[in-house]
Design a protein around this ligand. Structure first.
Ligand code: PEP
Ligand code: MN
Length: 355
């Protein structure tokens, strides 16, 4: 159930409705919107009896939501969610595209700095890189752990980029939460419900990657898990699904973007690196992703991909990333978007204060 407040409802009236919901044993989620505040109700097994809520001062209407996801739904919040970052002008979900770039894994300081310097100059405001790597083989490089997170924190200091990095379990999430600006939950963990709930109790935005075989509804329900714990800053990421096609590592499902945007207010970005697994397909599919209306891109870039410790085949050379950005800059205005100018000595801002 969803309570829609009147446009002029006071904070006190909103609080009174929340209190009533909580006294019924449910959880109230207050979601302020441009026109009105909505209050989502979770914790109920079946239908909630609207009871006297409908009659309370400030309430416009009480709506029964038929879909299994509520907090991710546009019914609750008709306008797009825009995620902002304190001390930075970067955002996800607004008119400026969120460009996240960097290596698959943080390997050492020099490698991370080489990628960050180049991608920041080209216009990426977010630096990606794994300190904890979910690898198919236990014998493959597993990531540098906390040392990798420390290197990423240095990247933020030096280049002013926002840091996106993956937590693979509850323990790594505790550390990732301390260092990162965005906590990534990987495809393999999209239905790790205890990890989703833990991420939902964090104050940091969560980037949730689509599971390799997840339907649209399963993907949205995973985001609902995070939101149901009180973290409303969720970024969805399409990264390809497994199909019979074997010319690419995964099949990048760009039709998901408009499908998600129809149902949900959450931003969605596209990862054409894992989505194709092949370097030569990353730029064409980045163009397509922006054209289809994605809110941004997550792209793997390495200064020496032939010697990368993971995902070298799909990592762009730095100059290929420049080309990608040039092309994205041309397409962006066609779909009402823009791209950050890129960091130069002249416009370098001091790094964001970090708590
Ligand atoms: C990654 O982004 O480094 C990653 C492991 O991606 P995915 O979870 O989509 O495979
Ligand atoms: Mn990778």
């Amino acid at each position: 159930m969803l309570v829609v407040m009147q446009a002029h409802a006071t904070d006190e009236q909103v609080r009174a409705v929340c209190k009533r919901i909580e006294s019924m044993g449910y959880r109230a989620h207050t979601i302020p919107g441009a026109q009105r505040t909505a209050i989502g109700i979770t914790g109920n097994q079946g239908e909630v009896e609207p009871g006297t809520i409908e009659e309370m001062p400030g309430v416009a209407e009480v709506i029964q939501v038929s879909k299994p996801y509520k907090l991710v739904s546009r019914d609750l919040k008709p306008e797009n969610t825009i995620i902002k970052f304190a001390g930075s002008n970067a955002s996800v979900g607004g008119t400026t595209l969120a460009i996240m770039a960097g290596p698959c894994a943080i390997e050492n300081r020099e490698q991370a700095f080489a990628a960050a310097e180049h991608t920041a100059r080209a216009g990426a405001q977010f630096f990606r890189g794994g300190a904890y790597k979910p690898r198919t083989s236990p014998y493959s490089f597993q990531g540098l752990g906390e040392k990798g997170l420390q290197i990423m924190a240095e990247v933020r200091e030096r280049f002013g980029m926002m840091i996106v990095t993956e937590a693979i379990d509850n323990e790594s999430l505790d550390l990732v939460e301390e260092y990162a600006d965005i906590i990534q939950i990987g495809a393999r963990n999209m239905q790790n419900f205890s990890l989703l709930k833990r991420a939902g109790r964090s104050k940091k935005p969560v980037l949730l990657k689509r599971g390799m075989s997840a339907t649209l509804e399963e993907f949205l329900m995973a985001a609902e898990y995070v939101m149901s714990e009180g973290n409303y800053n969720v970024i969805l990421c399409e990264r390809g699904v497994r199909t019979f096609a074997d010319h690419t590592r995964n099949t990048l499902d760009l039709s998901l973007i408009p499908a998600v945007q129809r149902l949900s207010h959450l931003p969605i970005v596209v990862d054409p690196s894992h989505g194709t697994g092949k370097r030569n397909k990353v730029t064409p599919l980045s163009r397509a992703a922006i054209a289809v209306g994605a809110d941004g891109l997550m792209v793997e870039v390495h200064h020496d991909p032939d010697h990368a410790l993971s995902d070298g085949m799909q990592s762009l050379y730095p100059d290929q990333f420049d080309d990608l950005m040039k092309q994205v800059r041309q397409i962006a205005p066609v779909v009402g978007r823009q791209v950050s100018a890129g960091r130069t000595q002249a416009n370098a801002q001091p790094a964001a204060a970090h708590s």
